[in-house]
Design a binder for this molecule. Structure first.
Ligand code: UDP
Length: 491
C-alpha cells in the first residue's frame, strides 16, 4: 500500500487533515467506506483505510486504481486476530462466519486491534486528525483520544434509520405495544410511519444473545462526535437536522458516495471479482429495450432456500419481462437448483443469471434496466435511487424494513411485496417460501407495466442525487465543511 506524496495542503491552501477510516468488515460497509475515502482524498484530505488481508484482497482492483490515481489514500491491511477471538482462521469478513452467534467474536477480534493500530499510526506520519469508524467500534474511542482527534461513526444506515433508532432509544415507544407484530407510529418524525417491533433492527428485539453487542454499538454512537451518513439532504429532507438536534452531534450527509465511481472499471469491478464477463453482460443488456429489464439482487449476505429460489424464478419467468437474476451460490445451492435453472433460465434469451458477485453499479446504470427487485439494503437502495430506477421491495432483516418505508411511503418510488415477517440473517435459507410466484409476477407487472408517477419521481431523484455530489451540491459542500471542521481542530 503506497501513500502518494503530495504537498500537505489542498488547492484551497487549507492544511490537509488526515482521516483514518476503520470500516466494519462487510461488503455493505467496506464499499461505501472505500468510496468515502476516495471522496475525502479528492477533496484534498489524506486518507488511511484500515483493513485486513482478506478484505484487502477483495478490494484489490479498487486499491490498485486508487494507488495509480495520485490521490493521497493508502489501504493498510493489519493482521486480523481471528483465531485469538475464537473465530475460524481466515474468517475476516462477516459473510464468512458460519454462525450468527459468532458476531460477538468479531467485536472481540476488533478490540484486539487497538494496540497494533496505535503502534502503526504512531510509526507512520502524518498523525491522524480524525477517525471515521464502523458501527460498534467503541474501542476506537480510546484510539481517537490517544491522538486527540474527533471520531465520527459510519453505520451505513439511512438518516431515517439513524433518527428512528435514536428516537426509539429515547422514547421507548416500541415497549408500549402489546405484541411484536402490532404496528405503531415511529416517534419524532415529520410524517407518520408505522412499523412493527419485529421489523426493527436488532437493537430493539430484546434478544439476550446480542444484548452486550447492542450496548457496545449504542455506546460507540453516544461517545462519538457525530455521524457520517451516506445519503443526501434532498432525499431525506429535514432528517439530518432532526438527528443533529436529537443527539446534539454533527451529522454529515455526504452521499450518494457510490457516485464517485464514474469510470467503467470503477463501476464494473467493485467489492469482489464479478462472476460474469463484463463484456457479455453489456452485450446482453445492450440487446434489450431501454428500461425493459428488471434487476433482481439481495445484496452481499442473503441466500434463499431452494423452494424460495424456484418460486421467485417462476414468478420472474411468468412476468414475461427480461430480467437479470443475481443469486448467491452458497450452501443452499443444491444440485436440484442447478438442474432447475439449467432447464428454465440458462439459455433463455430473456434471462441473465449471475451466480455469485455481480457488477451491480455498472448494471444498474445501464439504460436497459427499468426496475430493481431489492432486499432494501441501504447501499442498494441508494444505488437504485442514483440510477433513477423504481424498485420492488423485499426487506429481509436489519434496518431494511425502515428503508422499505422510505422508498415506498416517503419517496413513492417502490412497490412493496408486503413481506411482514423479518428473516433471521443466516437463517433466510430455513424460512421456506415467504413470497409466492403470483406475488412476484404481480409486483413486476405493477412496477414495469405502469406506475409512470413512480418512474418520474425516480428520475427526479436521480438528478438530485447527481447534483448533490457535484461541485457546489449539498453533499459536496457538506464534505468540504466536514474537512474544514477537522482542519480547524488540528490547527
Ligand atoms: N453488490 C455488488 N454485487 C453483488 C452484490 C452486492 O456489487 O453481487 C454491492 C452492491 O452494489 C452494494 C453492496 O454490495 O453496494 C451491498 O450493500 P447493501 O447495503 O445493498 O446490502 P448488504 O449486502 O449490506 O445486505
Amino acid at each position: 500500500s503506497q501513500l502518494i506524496k503530495r504537498p500537505m495542503a489542498s488547492a484551497s491552501g487549507r492544511s490537509s487533515p488526515h482521516f483514518v477510516l476503520i470500516p466494519w468488515p462487510a461488503q455493505g460497509h467496506m464499499l461505501p467506506m472505500s468510496d468515502i475515502g476516495r471522496m475525502l482524498a479528492t477533496h484534498g484530505a489524506t486518507v488511511t483505510l484500515i483493513t485486513s488481508p482478506v478484505n484487502a484482497a477483495r478490494l484489490r482492483a479498487t486499491v490498485d486504481r486508487l494507488a495509480a490515481s495520485g490521490l493521497r489514500i493508502r489501504f493498510v491491511p493489519l493482521r486480523f486476530p481471528a483465531a485469538e477471538a475464537g473465530l475460524p482462521e481466515g474468517c475476516e469478513t462477516l459473510d464468512a462466519i458460519p454462525s450468527r452467534d459468532l458476531i460477538v467474536n468479531f467485536f472481540a477480534a476488533f478490540r484486539l486491534l487497538k494496540r497494533p493500530l496505535i503502534d502503526y499510526l504512531r510509526a507512520h506520519s502524518p498523525s491522524p486528525s480524525c477517525f471515521i469508524t464502523g458501527a460498534g467500534q467503541a474501542w476506537t474511542d480510546e484510539v481517537a483520544r490517544e491522538f486527540n482527534a474527533p471520531r465520527f461513526v459510519f453505520n451505513g444506515y439511512s438518516c431515517l434509520s439513524l433518527l428512528a433508532i435514536e428516537n426509539l432509544f429515547r422514547h421507548k415507544t416500541h415497549e408500549l405495544v402489546s405484541s411484536l407484530t402490532e404496528p405503531f407510529a415511529l416517534p419524532g418524525l415529520p410524517h407518520r410511519i408505522e412499523i412493527a417491533r419485529s421489523q426493527l433492527p436488532r437493537h430493539f428485539q430484546n434478544d439476550p444473545r446480542f444484548e452486550k453487542m447492542v450496548k457496545e454499538v449504542r455506546d460507540a454512537d453516544l461517545s462519538s462526535d457525530g455521524f457520517v451518513v451516506n445519503s443526501f439532504d434532498e432525499l431525506e429532507v429535514g432528517y439530518a437536522e432532526s438527528l443533529a438536534k436529537a443527539t446534539g452531534k454533527k451529522v454529515w450527509m455526504i452521499g450518494p458516495v457510490a457516485l464517485c465511481n464514474q469510470a467503467r472499471p470503477d463501476m464494473a469491478s467493485r467489492g469482489n471479482t464479478a462472476a460474469v464477463d463484463e463484456e457479455d453482460c453489456l452485450r446482453w443488456l445492450n440487446s434489450q429495450q431501454p428500461r425493459s429489464v428488471i434487476y433482481v439482487s439481495f445484496g452481499s449476505m442473503a441466500s434463499f432456500s431452494p423452494p424460495q429460489l424456484m418460486e421467485l424464478g417462476a414468478g420472474l419467468l411468468s412476468s414475461n419481462r427480461p430480467f437479470v437474476w443475481v443469486v448467491k451460490v452458497g450452501s443452499s445451492w443444491t444440485e436440484e437448483m442447478e438442474a432447475w435453472v439449467a432447464e428454465r433460465i440458462e439459455g433463455n434469451s430473456k434471462c441473465l443469471l449471475i451466480k455469485g458477485w455481480a457488477p451491480q453499479l455498472m448494471m444498474l446504470s445501464n439504460p436497459a434496466i427499468g426496475g430493481f427487485l431489492t432486499h432494501c439494503g441501504w447501499n442498494s437502495t441508494l444505488e437504485g435511487v442514483s440510477a433513477g430506477v423504481p424498485m420492488i421491495t423485499w426487506p429481509l432483516f436489519s434496518e431494511q424494513f425502515l428503508n422499505e418505508k422510505l422508498s415506498v411511503e416517503v419517496l413513492g418510488i417502490g412497490v412493496s411485496l408486503g413481506v411482514q415477517k423479518p428473516t433471521e440473517w443466516l437463517k433466510v435459507e430455513e424460512d421456506g417460501v415467504v413470497v409466492g410466484r403470483e406475488e412476484v409476477a404481480e409486483a413486476v407487472e405493477r412496477l414495469m407495466g405502469g406506475g409512470e408517477g413512480r418512474r418520474r419521481r425516480a428520475n427526479v431523484l436521480r438528478e438530485k442525487a447527481r447534483r448533490a455530489v457535484e461541485e457546489g451540491g449539498s453533499s459536496y459542500l457538506n464534505m468540504e465543511t466536514m474537512i474544514q471542521y477537522v482542519a480547524e481542530r488540528v490547527c
